[in-house]
Structures are given as C-alpha cells and as structure tokens.
Design a protein around this ligand. Structure first.
Ligand code: CMP
Length: 145
C-alpha cells in the first residue's frame, strides 16, 4: 500500500538539494509537500528529542541549525523502508563501504554530516510529518454521537 514518510535534506547538502530531489523522483517517489526552513535550536531539540542526553546531541543541534534544511513528504509503496534503503546507513563512512550507491555514501561525510534523514517507522513518519507539515495530517473521520 502507498505510504508516506518524512525526508530531510540536511544543512551539509542544502546546495545539492536539486540533485537529491532528482534521485528521489527517479526512484519512483512522489514529493507530496516540500518546504525549506532554518530550524531554531528549540525546534531542532524537539524534533530530535529521542536523542536528548546523548553525547552527540549538542553538536547535532548546532549542525542542524547551521543552515536551511529541506523537509519533504514522500509517498510510495512501502515508502518508509524504501527511503531508508535509498539513503543507506547513518554513518556516511559505513555507507561508502557497504552501500556505495546510497545517498549518504554519495553526499554525506561522516556519522553526523550524513546528508539526509528518513523516518525509522510508520509511527515516526506520522509524528515527523505532523512536526513539519501540521496541515497535512490525515485526521480520522469523526464518528457520530
Ligand atoms: P538521523 O538519521 O537524522 O538521526 C539522528 C542524527 O544524529 C543522525 O542522523 C546523525 O546526523 C546524528 N548522529 C547519529 N549518531 C551520531 C554520532 N554517533 N555522532 C554524531 N552524530 C550522530
């Protein structure tokens, strides 16, 4: 079934956004929504709250707020898994060794500057879509009294 996922193009690749979008479309995803924003530290901490307290958290926030990002809702059959397969492992150095055709291998630098983000599950995808595109949440049809 057709599913939605949330994709981010991170600050390290904001100048490659057009190239990365071309790859996304070529792989059969539909870009349902797209916006370019510069996150505040507060927004970024909120988005990555599951990583709060980790050693890399402060530098992750500094990185993600350093320049604009592009947020997109992608749609495709099995979109969550398909997008994660296309981006490759979190660490771009690992990606270069194991998935050389992945976006993180092609455009990322290391474990932090890894070019793109993808939701890790359908539940995360809905939360992350709501975070960047609050008007695009599909609400259930209310049932009668
Ligand atoms: P992402 O998939 O967006 O989710 C969390 C982000 O934190 C991750 O990509 C990286 O940008 C960053 N990250 C994850 N692990 C590390 C790490 N060990 N050191 C630095 N940054 C990391």
């Amino acid at each position: 079934f057709v599913e939605r996922t949330l994709a981010l193009i991170k600050p390290d690749c904001i100048n490659k956004a057009d190239e990365i979008e071309t790859i996304i479309l070529k792989q059969g995803f539909t870009i349902l929504q797209k916006r370019r924003i510069t996150l505040t530290a507060e927004q970024c901490s909120d988005f990555y709250s599951e990583h709060y307290g980790k050693k890399f958290f402060p530098s992750l926030v500094a990185f993600m707020t350093s320049a604009p990002i592009v947020a997109m809702i992608l749609a495709k059959e099995n979109a969550v898994q398909e997008w994660r397969d296309l981006i490759g492992p979190t660490n771009s150095n690992t990606a270069k060794e194991t998935y050389p055709d992945s976006i993180r291998a092609l455009y990322g630098t290391n474990e932090q500057k890894n070019a793109v983000h993808g939701s890790d599950s359908a539940v995360s995808a809905e939360r992350e879509i709501r975070f960047y595109f609050p008007n695009c949440v599909v609400e259930p049809i209310p049932t009668g009294p």
